[in-house]
Design a protein. Structure first.
Length: 70
């Protein structure tokens, strides 16, 4: 484990996002880092597909919502 230095404004955004997501600040940072890494490694895969794939790999049985008609 280590310490990561980030800009004050990014830390403030991280703090705010962690409250909305019901995560600790460290948990939110870890989530953003993991998703960012996955996005870089899989540029053709959408955010939603990455999250769905990670949930499935973790054994979460998440229902798939039907698209809403416009």
């Amino acid at each position: 484990m280590g310490i990561v230095n980030i800009e004050d404004e990014l830390h403030e955004q991280l703090r705010r996002a962690s409250r909305v997501s019901c995560r600790s600040i460290n948990g939110q940072a870890a989530f953003w880092i993991r998703i960012g890494m996955l996005c870089e490694m899989n540029p053709g895969v959408s955010y939603q597909d990455l999250v769905a794939r990670e949930l499935k790999a973790a054994g979460v049985d998440a229902p798939v919502a039907e698209p809403v008609a416009a």
